[in-house]
Ligand binder design. Structure first.
Ligand code: MN
Length: 247
């Protein structure tokens, strides 16, 4: 049993170099260093959209901006910190090379039990009632036939298509208060159903803003803030409490 479980989501590392990317990477490195220095047995759940676009191809794996991220996961594993991955909507195809970095990768929602508490983990995409079209698109993107056809495309074209889809799915990044309220009320309803199924906590990313809610029975919903060049947002379960922290 690991003593602590960390959760973070939506770093959206890009393959192209920029000052922003370097700063974002430094923040992530600080997080990794903190976990190693703490020297406590722990697990880390990456809750999806680690990269802005991921579809495993040789050209992409050779990209230095992708490589340096994977090297940080190497460091974690060498220090007995166990990384897990829950796929997001920007993680189109997780291949062998990607999976090497994690103890386990989950394409679907996943329940983990820690200290008799059930954590329902999901990236959070496709939950909203008006996401119907997206739920269909998701099924297509994750289908075997799509993966085979897509993998036959030349790298540059495949990346262009992937980036176009990524951009379209960024509607969740710019939200006004009214939309935000509507989203939060739907997420609470989703969490309510998961609590009824016996889960204690529902944790997700995807919406790029922090939102916490607990009901009268002490069951909780946590929507993680995203991680950018300014702030690396994460949550940690210390065996008793789920705490929201940042670097
Ligand atoms: Mn997402």
């Amino acid at each position: 049993m690991n003593e602590k479980i960390y959760f973070f989501a939506d770093v959206h590392f890009k393959g192209t170099s920029s000052d922003i990317e370097d700063k974002k990477f430094l923040k992530f490195q600080q997080f990794v260093r903190k976990l190693i220095q703490d020297n406590i047995r722990c697990s880390v759940y990456v809750m999806g959209d680690l990269f802005d676009y991921y579809f495993e191809k040789k050209t992409l794996i050779a990209n230095k901006n992708y490589k340096r991220v994977f090297m940080e996961f190497d460091k974690l594993r060498k220090h007995n910190i166990q990384p897990y991955f829950i796929a997001g909507n920007h993680d189109f195809w997780i291949g062998k090379e990607f999976k090497k970095n994690f103890i386990n990768c989950f394409l679907e929602d996943h329940v983990v039990t820690i200290n008799n508490k059930n954590f329902y983990l999901t990236h959070g995409d496709g939950i909203l009632s008006w996401d119907r079209k997206y739920r269909i698109l998701k099924k297509v993107i994750r289908s075997r036939i799509f993966i085979i056809l897509y993998s036959l495309l030349p790298g540059i074209i495949a990346e262009k298509i992937g980036k176009t889809i990524s951009e379209q799915r960024k509607d969740s990044h710019k939200l006004d208060d009214k939309v935000l309220e509507k989203i939060q009320s739907e997420l609470k309803k989703f969490a309510e159903r998961k609590w009824q199924d016996g889960n204690d906590w529902v944790i997700m990313g995807h919406y790029h803003h922090l939102f916490q809610f607990s009901n009268h029975n002490g069951k909780g919903l946590l929507v993680l803030g995203d991680c950018d060049e300014i702030q690396f947002n994460y949550a940690v379960f210390d065996g008793e409490n789920l705490l929201v922290e940042k670097i």
